[in-house]
Design a protein around this ligand. Structure first.
Ligand SMILES: [Zn+2]
Length: 242
């Protein structure tokens, strides 16, 4: 080999070594990348699988939601703020939240119509559901009264423990955001709670006659938080029963 050739040979050797090193590194990088990607794919599949399993499990449950009042019965009101509109908004947020988690949801009304109380009872019992929750807004002459109350009723002690438990959970969950005052639970003979054959409760979502509550009720994000909190209560109740 001539000096020039030897130099060329040496240069080629170094060049190929460099190429090999680079290629090797790339290979390593690529295999590491695909390992990470592979892991991510497996995790996504697992997550997806787990998620759909949860959804499938949740689809065993039917939750019936009732937006208080409707149509010619606007419920309580303050100015142009009507109970029937607030309850429908809250219930629709609840429906969206629960359906996203895979639960079956039945609404006693999904538009501005009046469903007679007896018919609400019929719809609840025909739905073959697990939990029934009615949403209302309170009012009273004393403007200082504020906060959320959950009402329950156990006709002749029917489902007494279950209904009390549901009311307590709903009450405690519903006040979890936006500084709602917890007025506790109250037993009250209400037609729809009397008609219902399944565990049920009625959440009175604040007082329209109280300035601070009214401010809350005028904000969609507060209504959404409230709806999601009530749903968390429903889910907690369902999971505690198993
Ligand atoms: Zn009402």
């Amino acid at each position: 080999m001539r000096i020039a050739n030897r130099k060329r040979f040496m240069f080629s050797c170094i060049f190929f070594t460099l190429i090999l090193l680079l290629f090797g590194k790339n290979q390593m990088f690529y295999s590491r990348y695909s390992a990470v990607r592979g892991q991510a794919v497996v995790e996504a599949a697992k997550g997806k699988d787990g998620f759909s399993k949860v959804k499938q499990n949740n689809s065993r449950y039917t939750i019936i939601l009732d937006a208080g009042h409707g149509g010619i019965d606007k419920g309580t009101s303050y100015g142009n703020m009507y109970e029937k509109n607030l309850t429908l908004k809250i219930v629709k947020y609840e429906q969206e939240y629960l359906q996203n988690k895979g639960y079956n949801v039945v609404l006693t009304r999904d538009s501005d119509v009046l469903v007679p109380l007896k018919e609400i009872g019929n719809r609840v019992n025909a739905a073959n559901g697990n939990v029934f929750v009615s949403v209302h807004v309170n009012s009273i002459s004393d403007p200082n009264f504020n906060g959320i109350t959950t009402l329950y009723y156990d006709p002749k002690g029917y489902q007494s423990d279950e209904r009390t438990k549901l009311a307590k959970i709903l009450e405690n969950e519903s006040v979890k955001s936006d500084d709602w005052y917890n007025r506790g639970i109250k037993k009250q003979n209400i037609a729809i709670l009397r008609y219902s054959k399944i565990p049920c409760a009625l959440v009175e979502c604040g007082f329209i006659t109280n300035k601070s509550d009214r401010d809350k009720l005028s904000k969609d994000n507060v209504l959404r938080n409230l709806a999601e909190n009530i749903c968390d209560g429903i889910i907690k109740y369902i999971n505690n029963r198993e």
